[in-house]
Design a protein around this ligand. Structure first.
Ligand SMILES: [Zn+2]
Length: 119
């Protein structure tokens, strides 16, 4: 289950962010997960609970935001989300109906925010 590895790197990154503010305590982490990242959000949340259980991070709240696949049209430059389509098929542009669209995002795994409690 590679979600455990992902959960620990998220936690680690949040801790180094928290460490920049002396005395601050980590209380929440928000992550953005693209539908194409291959990350199972439920498994990730479960993994996060497991690795923080009975540690100082037990109360840290993990917020996950699922991001759709976004394509950009090569003809008119319109960017659109194609979450209503299978993430693995090509999507025509909804504005000009051109078929030449390019995948621009949807495979991200980013930390959106780190929430800390200041002393
Ligand atoms: Zn277009």
């Amino acid at each position: 289950m590679h979600e455990v590895g992902i959960a620990s790197s998220i936690l680690e990154a949040a801790h180094s962010e928290t460490a920049r503010r002396p005395g601050a305590k980590l209380i929440g982490i928000g992550v953005r997960i693209g539908v194409l990242s291959g990350v199972d959000i439920d498994a990730l949340r479960f993994a996060f609970e497991c690795i923080t259980a009975e540690t100082e991070d037990e109360k840290v709240v993990l917020t996950t935001e699922k991001c759709p696949r976004v394509n950009r049209c090569e003809d008119c430059g319109h960017e659109f989300s194609s979450s209503h389509l299978s993430p693995f098929t090509d999507a025509p542009c909804p504005r000009c109906h051109c078929e030449r669209t390019k995948f621009v995002s949807g495979d991200q795994l980013d930390i959106a925010f780190v929430e800390v409690e200041e002393p």
